[in-house]
Each structure stands twice: as structure tokens, then as C-alpha cells.
Design a protein around this ligand. Structure first.
Ligand code: PNS
Length: 171
């Protein structure tokens, strides 16, 4: 019997705990999950493709049947066909995510019939996006608990330590 396989695509710059949750849950629906790391031309990445791959591989080290792969160009539908994936799986945090994802899902289906499955994001991570993580960390905010440990370490290497913000009580 052929293994059922899905692709979880994204820039993962960097991977967040929200991404990890969706990838793990995709693993419960399919025999194998291919995490496709792409470079989105509309975004300037903070981390190189190699570092993004490393962070994902570390974060998913304990999950079996998950493969992290770099996609260095071309259409996602072609990659899915090459790896024999029957579906794309993506997480949705909000209606804004849906508005962003829906045209891509429809275009992918138009191109090759590739279906997209949307999983509702874990509410604990509803406010967590790669771009907000980078912004908060860059300004010295604490993003621990929102990203895997290896991501936190690399962010701190890059932007310096957390600067503790004074709360109203301490002012
Ligand atoms: O994490 P992101 O940046 O939102 O992911 C978007 C990504 C990389 C999955 C999307 O831009 C993509 O699929 N790029 C590959 C090229 C492609 O197939 N473009 C047409 C999409 S309908």
C-alpha cells in the first residue's frame, strides 16, 4: 500500500510553536509529512535557508515520518507532484489568514487539482507569527514559549538579550 503524504509549505522564517503544532497534527492525518521550506520573494528573510532548515529539523526531531526539505524555486504544485503528496496542509489563525491562503489554495487546485486542508490554529498561538516574533525579539521582547528552543537561541544570538520591560506596578 502507498503511504499517504502531505506537504506543509512555508517560509518558516523562523518556525514558531504554532507551525510545529500544525505539522504534528498533519502527521496524525497522513502517514508522512513533507515540510517544504521555500523562499517567498515578497519577504526578505532574517535567516538563511540553511538555518531555517536546521531550526525545523531540530524542532521536529522527536516526530517520526516528518521530512524537512528545501525547495529552491518552481511551483509548489510541481514539488507536491514530485514527492507524491496528495494534499497541502496549512494552519489558519484567523480570517486574515484565510483571506491570504484561499487564493493560493484555489490557484493550486486550478493548476493541478492539488487540494489544501486547513487546520484551525491552536488558540494559544493565535497571536504568533514569524514576523511578529522577529519584530518583538529585535526590540528586546521575550518570545520564549512561542518558538522552539533552538529558534529562541538563534534569535538571541542575532538580536541580543531580552530587555525586561517595566510593568505598571514597577513604574
Ligand atoms: O510562509 P509563507 O511565506 O506564507 O508561504 C507562502 C508559500 C512559500 C507557501 C507560497 O508563496 C508558495 O507556495 N510559493 C511557491 C511558488 C508557488 O507555487 N506560487 C504560487 C502559489 S499559488
Amino acid at each position: 500500500m502507498t503511504a499517504s503524504r502531505c506537504v506543509c509549505p512555508g517560509s518558516f522564517d523562523p518556525v514558531t510553536n504554532g507551525h510545529v503544532d500544525v505539522i504534528r497534527r498533519a502527521g496524525g492525518l497522513f502517514d508522512e509529512v513533507v515540510v517544504a521550506v521555500l523562499t517567498n520573494p515578497s519577504k526578505k528573510p532574517m535567516f538563511s535557508l540553511e538555518t531555517r532548515l536546521e531550526m525545523l529539523t531540530e524542532a521536529l526531531g522527536d516526530v517520526s515520518d516528518v521530512f524537512v526539505v528545501a525547495v529552491k524555486g518552481g511551483l509548489l504544485v510541481d514539488f507536491c507532484r514530485e514527492v507524491g503528496a496528495v494534499s497541502v496542509v496549512k494552519g489558519l489563525r484567523s480570517g486574515t489568514d484565510f483571506a491570504y491562503e484561499l487564493p493560493m489554495a484555489l490557484m493550486n487546485r486550478h493548476l493541478t487539482g492539488l487540494e489544501t486542508i486547513f487546520l484551525p490554529g491552536e488558540p494559544r498561538y493565535e497571536h504568533v507569527s514569524s514576523s511578529l516574533i522577529k519584530e518583538v525579539a529585535t526590540h528586546g521582547g521575550d518570545v520564549s514559549g512561542l518558538v522552539p528552543d533552538g529558534v529562541l537561541a538563534r534569535l538571541l544570538e542575532r538580536v541580543g538579550p531580552v530587555r525586561h520591560t517595566e510593568t505598571e506596578e514597577t513604574l
